[in-house]
Every structure is written in structure tokens, then in C-alpha cells.
Design a protein. Sequence first.
Length: 137
Amino acid sequence: MKTVFLAGPMRGFSDAEGRKKTLTWREEAKSILSDMFVVKHAYRGREDKETFTDPKGAVMRDKQDVLDADILIVNDTIPGASMIGTSMEILLAFLHNKIIIVFGDAHKGDYWLDYHATMRVKDMAEAIQICKTLFCE
């Protein structure tokens, strides 16, 4: 079974509502994909609060998840959101020949993001459909 890593902004959301916004799409994508793929995301085990006493733990696990993944689905729908960690995940995936599907256009035109993405699509539904079509049908 192929593995999908769900990437997207997490920084810059200090309140509970912001955290919920960045987690909700991951939970929705996971519920749709989990019958066909192993699905991982950076909030795994940290849905309610940060559980790593040292942030390096989160980075180490996220890097390993990217390396273990076959596909990254990247949320780019939040204008002004920090994409620093997400950009690092994308670059790592690109360097290891992973498929990177970005949905949304909040940072469209960003040279680094556009260059390293395999493709950019309109929304999460289209990104999920591409995964199903390429790997499950």
C-alpha cells in the first residue's frame, strides 16, 4: 500500500481556531484516503497540543515520514500562512523523487514551491482523485 504524507502550513496559528483549521483538512483527507493508502501528517499524535518537549523531535519524525511517503499532498489554500516547514518537506520529497501534489493557489507564483511541485491542482478533492486514479484504479 502506498503512503501519503499530508503537508501544509502549521505556523502562525497561535489560537485554537487556527490549529483546528490546519488539522481539519488533514482529518478529512485521511478519512477519504485511509482505505487505499497509509496516511500520515505532522499533527499525528499532537492533535490537541504539542507533545514533543524538544521541537527537533517533530522535525525528525516529519522528515522520516516524508522519506517513507510515496506521495505528498500539500495544502496551499491559506494566504499569508507560513510555508517554511512545508517548503522544507517539499524540497526533501523532491530530492527523493516523490510525487508532490499541491492544491490551492495561495502561494502560486512562488518560484521554489512551483518548481518543486510535481503538479498543482484546484482543490483537495482533485488532489485526492489524482492519487486514486494514479495508484488505485
